[in-house]
Design a protein around this ligand. Structure first.
Ligand SMILES: Nc1nc2c(ncn2[C@@H]2O[C@H](COP(=O)(O)OP(=O)(O)O)[C@@H](O)[C@H]2O)c(=O)[nH]1
Ligand SMILES: Nc1ncnc2c1ncn2[C@@H]1O[C@H](COP(=O)(O)OP(=O)(O)O)[C@@H](O)[C@H]1O
Length: 211
């Protein structure tokens, strides 16, 4: 039976990208905590674990040989090299989940975003997060305390290149005040859920309404 507040709908693939340090991990975590209907698509990576990261929660951490095996076995929706390591989205249960109304959150870069969009345009919502300035981006990377000076310099060098992909996204949000940014991202998610094409329960509901 259709519940009038939440008609049956297809899930969506909610992508958050940004230059490193702009805050996509922070916003992702806030969204996952605030919203029961969205689940993180946990990526596979060859990069080493940072302090505080949990295998299977933040990433599946694997070595090069295991990553190669997953490529051979066609286990990835998409994968890309980033900062000298490889990152990929495992196929897992995403397609089946979408059909049942499960939303998935992706913290992936512009290359992965393009690949997902080419594969499944209708289910993808692309959000790009910008820092208020490059100085502030640098400060955040330093204050995060997870990377050496060389790694931070590398990330800053790549930031301009990453920002140049801003026009491949449906929404662009500046992360100045984190709470304001989070609320904006959350309202995008809420609005996208109500898109007519996603609400597969609408036809039956309207038919009943008119009978
Ligand atoms: N294409 C792709 N990119 C990913 C995936 N997982 C993470 N990334 C991107 O890889 C980049 C590096 O991520 P990470 O090492 O966690 O550092 P961060 O930039 O500080 O978040 C970020 O731009 C992520 O969005 C994935 O599965 N596929
Ligand atoms: N709006 C903000 N104002 C100040 N610091 C922020 C803001 N958003 C995130 N941060 C901090 O900046 C650092 C980088 O954020 P993070 O979410 O790890 O970025 P990303 O995942 O894009 O690399 C973290 O230490 C985080 O706590």
């Amino acid at each position: 039976m259709a519940d009038q507040d939440t008609l049956h709908r297809r899930g969506l693939m909610f992508i958050l990208s940004s230059p490193s340090g702009a805050g996509k991990t922070t916003i992702s975590r806030m969204l996952l905590e605030a919203d029961d209907e969205i689940r993180l698509s946990v990526s596979v990576t060859t990069r080493p674990k940072r302090p505080g990261e949990i295998d299977g929660v933040h990433y599946h951490f694997v070595d090069d040989a295991a990553f190669d095996r997953m490529i051979e076995e066609d286990d990835f929706y998409e994968w890309a090299p980033v900062f000298g390591y490889r990152y990929g989205t495992p196929k897992g249960h995403i397609r089946a989940g979408l059909k049942e109304g499960q939303d998935f959150l992706f913290d992936i870069d512009w290359q992965g975003t393009q690949q997902l969009y080419q594969k499944d345009e209708q289910d993808v919502v692309r959000v790009f997060i910008l820092p208020p300035s490059l100085d502030e981006l640098h400060r955040r990377l330093k204050d995060r305390g997870t990377d050496s000076k060389d790694v931070i310099d590398g990330r800053m060098e790549r930031a301009r290149a990453e920002i140049s992909h801003w026009d491949g996204y449906d929404y662009v949000v500046v992360n100045d005040d984190v709470q304001v940014c989070f609320e904006k991202v959350r309202s995008i998610l809420h609005a996208e859920r109500m898109k007519r094409a996603r609400q597969t329960g609408l036809i039956g509901f309207v038919r009943e309404l008119m009978s």
